[in-house]
Ligand binder design. Structure first.
Ligand code: AMP
Ligand code: ZN
Length: 111
């Protein structure tokens, strides 16, 4: 989508701090980190949200979590996986993305 910030990051039009990339996803450091480690897993193909995403991409992202969190050094101690949806849920970018947070003991509930 031409006016989508994450599509522009995927295409390279907007620079990002990439920590992983393959043919289906990129993983970038969040611009405003909420934890010592805070990355976003972004599918290369535009889809708006968790409600429009295919099962295939969600399963693919799940299948990469072990590798990505190992690479980030947060697998052993643990991490949080977050997908925001809608206004109350805090989704600000309408291109599916999965937050991975770690590097400290995270508070709960997250509000
Ligand atoms: P959400 O609020 O769940 O839609 O998450 C959007 C996330 O994208 C926020 O945590 C922002 O800090 C992050 N973000 C927005 N623009 C950029 C960017 N250009 N590079 C990296 N992260 C970004
Ligand atoms: Zn997009």
């Amino acid at each position: 989508m031409s006016d989508c910030v994450f599509c522009k990051i995927v295409s390279g039009e907007i620079p990002s701090n990439k920590v992983y990339e393959d043919d289906k996803i990129i993983v970038i450091n969040d611009l405003n980190p909420g934890a010592p480690v805070h990355v976003l897993i972004i599918p290369k193909e535009h889809t708006e949200s968790i409600l429009t995403a295919s099962a295939d991409i969600l399963v693919y992202i799940q299948s990469k979590l072990d590798e990505i969190t190992t690479k980030l050094g947060i697998k052993e101690k643990g991490f949080r996986v977050v997908i925001n949806y809608g206004k109350d849920g805090g989704q600000t970018v309408p291109h599916l993305h999965v937050h991975i947070l770690g590097g400290k003991v995270l508070g709960w509930p997250p509000c």
